[in-house]
Design a protein around this ligand. Structure first.
Ligand SMILES: NC(=O)c1ccc[n+]([C@@H]2O[C@H](COP(=O)([O-])OP(=O)(O)OC[C@H]3O[C@@H](n4cnc5c(N)ncnc54)[C@H](OP(=O)(O)O)[C@@H]3O)[C@@H](O)[C@H]2O)c1
Length: 227
């Protein structure tokens, strides 16, 4: 059966991703910052391997790579992300936090992609999926605000667009996927859809993706999103 590496797997979308891939019989390497506190994750049934993984910490990323060794990874699912403070007005931007959001949402997924590129390239499915956001679409930005988060997801989109080209010759398919507005801690209780609907949709998109789709930006229903 195939193998997935999932970041931020202790709650929200990452936890449900882990649950559905395990339920299909996949081997899942689940990363989270505090494995001993990840009760919901630890309760999942199946071929689950939990790794301490603060995606911002290069030592953790290196340790994950070492622990995987040459094991093929069919799917690297870069899911972990942060929003930062909400509704910050221009004139009140917190630049330390801005840098933190960029670090977690852009630098970290790229570091993981580099660290595990060989594992993915040596697998059967050879896929990397990055959970981005429609809020990173410049073409769809009519509201402004949420500058750090929006900018981080736009930058992630560009980073993955470059990565897709760099890894094309190795047969790796890189995909950007927007989960919808989902009822997680990040999305809040007033969000439009429930977690299982988002994950079922994203999984279908990831399942169906072909090498010719590399570098594309889709939502959870498989609709292309403008850059
Ligand atoms: N929910 C939505 O409506 C929505 C919409 C568009 C895009 N997204 C994207 O979907 C992804 C998942 O979001 P979510 O809604 O599931 O959010 P969430 O409920 O807030 O969960 C975020 C996850 O990311 C993890 N994380 C954050 N920083 C980390 C770090 N430095 N190292 C390791 N893990 C870290 C969190 O771990 P801790 O428990 O340790 O904090 C948690 O597992 C994010 O990339 C987000 O931007 C969500």
């Amino acid at each position: 059966m195939p193998t997935a590496v999932i970041t931020g797997a202790n709650r929200g979308l990452g936890l449900e991703f882990a649950r559905v891939y395990l339920a299909e019989g996949w081997t899942v390497h689940a990363g989270c910052r505090h494995p001993t506190k990840a009760d919901a994750l630890r309760k999942l049934k199946g071929d689950l391997h939990i790794h301490p993984l603060d995606v911002d910490d290069p030592k953790d990323v290196k340790a994950l790579g070492k622990s995987l060794g040459s094991e093929p990874v069919d799917l690297l699912l870069n899911n972990a992300g942060i929003f930062g403070k909400r509704d910050v007005k221009l004139g009140q931007l917190d630049y330390d936090e801005f840098q933190q959001v960029l670090k977690t949402n852009v630098v970290a997924p790229m570091r993981l992609a580099e660290a595990l590129a060989d594992n993915v390239a040596h697998s059967r499915q050879k896929k990397m999926a990055f959970v981005t956001s429609r809020m990173g679409s410049i073409g769809m930005n009519s509201a402004g605000g949420q500058v750090a988060y929006r900018t981080s997801k736009s930058a992630l989109n560009m980073a993955v667009s470059c990565l897709a080209l760099d890894l094309k010759s190795r047969g790796v398919t890189c995909l950007l996927v927007h989960p919808g507005w989902v009822k997680t801690d990040m999305g809040g209780p007033g969000a439009a859809i429930e977690i299982p609907e988002s994950i079922a949709g994203m999984k279908k998109v990831i399942d169906k993706v072909v090498p010719g789709d590399t570098g594309k930006f889709f939502d959870y229903q498989g609709q292309a999103i403008p850059w």
